[in-house]
Design a protein around this ligand. Structure first.
Ligand SMILES: NC(=O)C1=CN([C@@H]2O[C@H](COP(=O)(O)OP(=O)(O)OC[C@H]3O[C@@H](n4cnc5c(N)ncnc54)[C@H](OP(=O)(O)O)[C@@H]3O)[C@@H](O)[C@H]2O)[C@@H](O)CC1
Ligand SMILES: [K+]
Length: 511
């Protein structure tokens, strides 16, 4: 699913009105009536007070449409307008007047904290204060109103976006954001819903298709693409009945050092489980028995050094390489890495200690092969691209790095983001149980296994991240979050493939 910028959504609004021969007020009526239907289906006429807080822009206009439709269906509605500027939008004004036509209980014009209403815990709050038109942090009594709403125990439903949250800009005042229970967002979710700093303000959301011009939306380069099951299904490459192991490639896993051999075991197993035809694990000598006994399916090639890798030499042409997991930071390992980067011909995943080596040495950065996949954790990422001020700055720095060195960066997190130049792919699978040692080694293995099978580097990144998260979700159903270990993710990779094509009912998206 595409994630659009606010600018694109405003343009879509205009194009839709022109092409469908409707006015903005008609489009607002459509948007408001979808929210009404959503609420009506759940409330079924219940006389629970619904408190609608409206701003004076079009988000407030949506709130007024909803209020009018609720009143017309006999609901108990109390509407408040936060009159924070005189610049009321035309659509707001039309709907303000339409609202007054259907009831004698006109909206209360709030001027300060003395107008804030009492709200019972069983009531419902609709948050229509600010939408995507927010252009500065709420201040003064408007901020106090948001704080007042946040102290209420009533269920809070935000229209389009929790008020105070920007669609795609850094937040300056996190207190001044409505902490809603659910958000009904128009057409497509906003970028801020998925980033670590702002995502927690959008616990559940549903995107409501309000029929914006499909051709326009199709023609647009999105801010980002959301990768969920329908997208992942399309990535899957069906296997040919007559295939043999040679068709699924040979991965080389260069990983492990004394005390860190588990990284190699996990990456090697994950590479096999995700479907590579053959895997060779290259480890220091002390890793030989460990690998042979834990992953009998893999071949093992040992370094002459007992404890760490000093020479990355192979006598076959691998289809994919993953390097770096647990290799440590010895100078000789860095030299071996440099030699590898100079000669590598196949797609490569660069992880962990290998990234630290690269961050330290400018000459190594220049050797990064085109389309190499880098999978840093936050500390490694900061060393690579520099410290960032906020999530958007982090993304920008990754985009610049990616464009300069023509590499793919995977920003790992609750919603892992794959960055390739300006393109962003936001993953939707995964859970906090996966924040555990070895989870990253498993991911690198997944990516190398997909590369070996012929998935191109971008596809392998986006699909691998999705499957890795999906396997984590499946594992969490039996072991929960706390007990999850990286091996559980590997063991669920098979189910992650099966899950791709399992039918299920659509549910609200939990972040
Ligand atoms: N195509 C679509 O997507 C559709 C969108 N629709 C709806 O429209 C919404 C966007 O509407 P919108 O542009 O009128 O902006 P919105 O957020 O209501 O308010 C902006 C007003 O607030 C003001 N203001 C801003 N920040 C402020 C602050 N901190 N403190 C105080 N004031 C502040 C700003 O004033 P100014 O900056 O000029 O002073 C301006 O007057 C969108 O979210 C969706 O709900 C649907 O109806 C149909 C289709
Ligand atoms: K809102």
């Amino acid at each position: 699913m595409k994630i659009f910028s606010s600018k694109q959504l405003y343009e879509a609004d205009e194009v839709t009105c022109n092409n469908q021969n409707i006015t903005s007020v008609d489009l607002m009526e459509r948007a408001g009536s979808y929210i009404f239907t959503w609420l009506h289906q759940r409330m079924q006429g219940a006389q629970v007070p619904v408190h609608i807080f409206c701003g004076i822009g079009n988000n407030g206009g949506d709130g007024l449409v909803l209020g009018r439709l609720l009143i017309e269906s006999g609901y108990n509605v109390k509407c408040y307008i936060a009159n924070f500027t005189d610049k009321r939008s035309p659509c707001f004004l039309t709907n303000y007047s339409r609202y007054k036509d259907v009831t004698k209980n006109w909206p209360i014009l709030m001027k300060g904290a003395e107008d804030f209403p009492e709200i019972a815990p069983q009531d419902i709050i609709i948050d229509a204060l600010f939408g995507i038109g927010l252009n500065r942090p709420p201040e003064g009594w408007v901020k106090d109103l948001i704080l007042h709403i946040n102290t209420q125990r009533a269920f809070k439903l935000s229209i389009d976006i929790p008020s105070g949250l920007s669609a795609e800009q850094a937040v300056e005042d996190f207190d001044a954001i409505v902490k809603s229970n659910h958000t009904l967002t128009f057409q497509a979710p906003k970028l801020s819903f998925f980033l670590p700093e702002t995502g927690p303000y959008v616990t559940f959301y549903e995107a409501i298709d309000i029929g914006l011009d499909a051709a326009y939306l199709e023609s647009q380069e999105p801010l980002a693409q959301l990768i969920a099951k329908p997208q992942a299904q399309r990535f899957y490459k069906q296997r040919n009945k007559y295939a043999h192991k040679g068709n699924f490639g040979h991965s080389l896993i260069v990983a492990g050092s004394y005390g860190m051999m588990g990284a190699s075991v996990l990456a090697t197993k994950a590479t096999m489980r995700i479907g590579a035809g053959k895997v060779t694990a290259m480890v220091p000598r002390s890793g030989y028995s460990i690998l042979q006994s834990t992953v009998p399916e893999a071949m093992v090639k040992t370094d002459e050094n007992e404890d760490f890798i000093t020479n990355i030499n192979y006598d076959f042409e691998p289809d994919a390489i993953a390097v770096g997991m647990g290799i440590g930071n010895n100078d000789e390992t860095a030299t071996a890495l440099k030699a590898l980067l100079k000669k590598v011909l196949c797609p490569i995943v660069i992880d962990a200690d290998a990234l630290n080596c690269i961050s330290k040495t400018k000459t190594l950065i220049k050797l990064l092969p085109e389309n190499a996949i880098l999978t840093p954790h936050p500390g490694e990422l900061a060393r690579l691209v520099g410290e960032w001020t906020d999530d958007y700055d982090k993304i920008k720095k990754c985009q610049e790095f990616s464009a300069t060195y023509k590499v793919i960066i995977i920003i790992k997190g609750a919603n892992t983001i794959t960055v390739m130049g300006n393109e962003l792919y936001i993953n939707t699978t995964g859970n906090p149980g996966m924040a555990t040692a070895g989870s990253g080694d498993v991911l690198s293995g997944c990516l190398s296994g997909l590369l070996a099978q012929g998935y191109d580097p971008l596809l392998a990144s986006v699909f691998g991240v999705y499957l890795h998260g999906s396997a984590g979700n499946i594992a969490s159903q039996t072991v929960g979050f706390e007990a999850m270990m990286a091996s559980d993710i590997i063991n669920s990779l098979g189910d992650a493939f099966l899950e791709l094509f399992r039918q299920e009912e659509e549910a609200p998206v939990a972040q």
